[in-house]
Structure formats: structure tokens, C-alpha cells
Design a protein. Structure first.
Length: 72
């Protein structure tokens, strides 16, 4: 997506919607890079894990479910 397209969307949708959209896409891309690992994603983004989880919920991030831990 080019910068002109982003600017048109931002002015049409409003600043806050554009920022939320950017955050959602950034988190989704980072989650994908980290194979769905939320702890590694939070660290890569410089966020607390709990804040990342709140953003995932509030922004409607398309995230794979957390991996199940193996029992001992």
C-alpha cells in the first residue's frame, strides 16, 4: 500500500481509526513472524505481554490461538 493511499484512508477514516488500523496490522505481522508466540511478539514490539493481550482483544487482531503448553 502506497503512502498516498494510506493518507487518503487516514483523512477519510480519521486519525484515530488510521492509528488503530496501523497498530492492528503491525501486531498481526509481528505475531506471524513470531509464529503466534505472544511473549516473543510483545518483546519484539517493546510492550508488556499483558498490554499486548489487551491490544489484541481491543483492536480485534486476527491472531492464532496461544500454543498449548505440554504437560510434564
Amino acid at each position: 500500500m502506497g503512502m498516498a493511499s494510506v493518507l487518503r484512508r487516514a483523512s477519510a477514516a480519521g486519525y484515530h481509526v488510521a492509528v488503530s488500523d496501523f497498530k492492528r496490522r503491525l501486531i498481526e505481522a509481528t505475531l506471524h513472524q513470531m509464529c503466534g508466540n505472544r511473549t516473543h511478539t510483545a518483546k519484539a514490539l517493546g510492550l508488556q505481554r499483558t498490554y499486548l493481550l489487551r491490544l489484541i482483544r481491543d483492536l480485534g487482531v486476527c491472531a492464532p490461538p496461544p500454543a498449548r503448553r505440554r504437560s510434564a
